[in-house]
Every structure is written in structure tokens, then in C-alpha cells.
Design a protein around this ligand. Structure first.
Ligand code: BDR
Ligand code: CA
Length: 316
């Protein structure tokens, strides 16, 4: 039996690789739909990028629903300095021939959750958590039907990447993240502590490029683009590939290990706004609310990614 999932995302090259990985695993995952959110680039672009990605994978049957154009509070924060003006710089894919199914991501989430048995659907969040926070606010009964949420966001030992204290997805909508971490939903978290172990070394990039199908050619273009920024930042071992960790966890959870701990989100302090305060050492009595991953078998992750992307077959 396959596991039904919805991917909530702000593509972003690493988001797009995560979508490709999910669509490369139809024996394990059924992607019921993709909801988009403003994040790496504005909503209009993240939606176009999601459309381009499902077209690339030959999966135009997967509906795309546009969601929140900005955070619950304040102005949208974007990351063109990492992902380029389009969010998918590095390979010029054609303008999509298909269109978004709706601009009501929250309505789609509600309808889909109500159409499936309670506990059936897993939500994979790869961007700011605005859409999920809106679902929790507007349709709490539908949200309670989720099996679980697996999300990329936050950091503890690695602290921050968009500010010294905060990881991008949480910083882009801290109020939404706070709502999600207080929701009581079953949460699994891939923080920077994990994704910074998933470095795209030369050997791993060569293995990806050697797959030799169109999807891997495009991914090769994408990763070569965004790593120019991360290499300056993180050094010569390669740039981290963040969001595919969420899908890899669903496919091979044994690659990851972590702790069930308390996570709170800082929303007040101007200095540390968006910080994920993770009680890794369990030094408080605060109730654990998330399974936070701390380590990953990086070679195993890249072996999985290459093996699955090879399923696309076809020529260049
Ligand atoms: C996260 O922020 C975005 O830039 C990436 O797509 C990833 O989801 C990493 O901090
Ligand atoms: Ca993302």
C-alpha cells in the first residue's frame, strides 16, 4: 500500500528536487497534490515552479493549489540571493502548459483530509508554515485528521542561516511555526542540523549527473546554481540539499535518528525572531512536541536519491 501525502512547498531548487524524489517513488508514495506558499520567491513564482516540476516529471495529473502569498504577520521574506530571481535558476525549463488547479490551498487541504480516513494523509512541509497554520485556524477538525507532519525547518546546533539565530522557513513566518508547534499534531522535524550533513560533494554531484536522464540533467543545473552561494558560506565540501530530507525520511526512516523533545518558536525578540528553541538536552519540563532529527546517513541518503531518480528513465 502506498502512503498518501500532500507536499506544501516554496520551490526553490531543493524543494523541486524533493518533489522529483516523491514523484519517483510511486510504489511507496501517492502525491495527492501540491500546495504552494510564498517563501524562497513570491507565490506567483513558487506556483509556476511547482507546475514546471510536475511537468518535468511527466506528472501533470498531480494538482497544484496556490496558497498564502505572505506570512500571518508582517512582510514576506524571500531568498533570491540563494535561489536566483526565478527560484529555479540554473536550468531554464519551458513555461508550463498546465495551470494551477486553484488558488485555495487551504480549501484543498481541508477537502482532501475530509475525503480520506482520519490518520491517512501525511503533510510534507518544505517552506514557511503559513498554509498549515491557516488550516489549523480555519479548519481544526480537518487538520486533526492528518496522520502527521514532516517538515524541514529550524535548527539547534547549527542555529541560523537567514539570521544568526533563525532558519529561513521558520523566520519567514514565525507566528505560523509557533501555531504548528503548539498544535499537538505529530511532527517530525528536519532541522539544519540534519540538512547540513547532506552536502553535495563533487562525488555526489557526479553520481547525480551520471544518472543521465532529463530529470537528473535539470537537477544538475539547479544544484550547480545554488551551490555557488552556499560554497562561499559553508566551504568547499559542498552545499546542503535541505528539502529532499523530508521525502527521504518517508521512504527510508532508518537513515535518520533524533529525539522527541520540546520545540518553541521565538516570535518577540527582534534579535532572535524566528529562532527554534529546541530542548535537545531536555533541561526543561516543557512537554515534548516534536521528533527532531539530529543525524542522517548522508551516503545512504544520496544512494536513495540517485536510485530513485534513475526511475525516471527516458532520454535527455
Ligand atoms: C530552507 O529554506 C529554503 O531556502 C530551502 O528551500 C529550505 O526549505 C532551508 O533553510
Ligand atoms: Ca523550501
Amino acid at each position: 500500500m502506498t502512503r498518501p501525502i500532500i507536499i506544501d512547498t516554496d520551490p526553490g531548487q531543493d524543494d523541486a528536487v524533493a518533489v522529483c524524489l516523491a514523484l519517483a517513488a510511486p510504489d511507496a508514495l501517492t502525491v495527492l497534490g501540491i500546495t504552494t506558499v510564498a517563501g524562497n520567491v513570491p507565490l506567483a513564482l513558487t506556483t509556476i515552479n511547482a507546475l514546471k516540476t510536475v511537468e518535468l516529471c511527466g506528472r501533470t495529473d498531480v494538482p497544484i493549489h496556490a496558497g498564502a502569498a505572505g506570512p500571518l504577520v508582517g512582510e514576506a521574506v524571500t531568498a533570491e540571493h540563494v535561489h536566483g530571481r526565478t527560484g529555479l535558476d540554473g536550468y531554464d525549463l519551458p513555461t508550463p502548459a498546465i495551470a494551477a488547479a486553484s488558488s485555495d490551498a487551504v480549501g484543498f487541504l481541508r477537502e482532501t483530509l475530509e475525503a480520506h480516513p482520519p490518520g491517512a494523509v501525511t503533510l510534507c512541509c518544505l517552506g514557511p508554515l503559513t498554509n498549515l497554520a491557516l488550516l489549523l485556524k480555519r479548519h481544526p477538525d480537518a487538520a486533526a485528521r492528518l496522520h502527521s507532519v514532516v517538515l524541514m525547518g529550524g535548527a539547534y546546533f547549527e542555529v541560523g542561516n537567514i539570521t544568526p539565530a533563525a532558519e529561513f522557513n521558520i523566520y519567514a513566518d514565525p507566528e505560523a511555526a509557533a501555531k504548528v508547534f503548539a498544535s499537538g499534531l505529530e511532527l517530525t522535524v528536519m532541522p539544519l542540523d540534519v540538512t547540513h550533513q547532506l552536502l553535495l560533494t563533487e562525488a555526489r554531484k557526479s553520481a547525480l549527473a551520471a544518472i543521465g536522464n532529463r530529470v537528473s540533467d535539470v537537477i544538475d543545473g539547479w544544484v550547480n546554481f545554488f551551490e555557488r552561494f552556499d560554497l562561499d558560506k559553508y566551504g568547499a565540501d559542498g552545499a546542503p540539499l535541505h528539502d529532499p530530507s523530508v521525502i527521504a525520511y518517508l521512504l527510508q526512516p532508518e537513515l535518520f535518528s533524533g529525539r522527541h523533545i520540546n520545540v518553541e518558536i521565538e516570535c518577540e525578540s527582534p534579535l532572535t525572531r524566528g529562532m527554534s528553541v529546541m530542548d535537545w538536552w531536555r533541561v526543561t519540563d516543557r512537554k515534548p512536541n516534536a521528533q527532531v532529527m539530529g543525524s542522517v546517513d548522508a551516503d545512504g541518503f544520496y544512494a536513495l536519491l540517485c536510485e530513485r531518480l534513475g526511475h525516471f528513465g527516458g532520454g535527455r
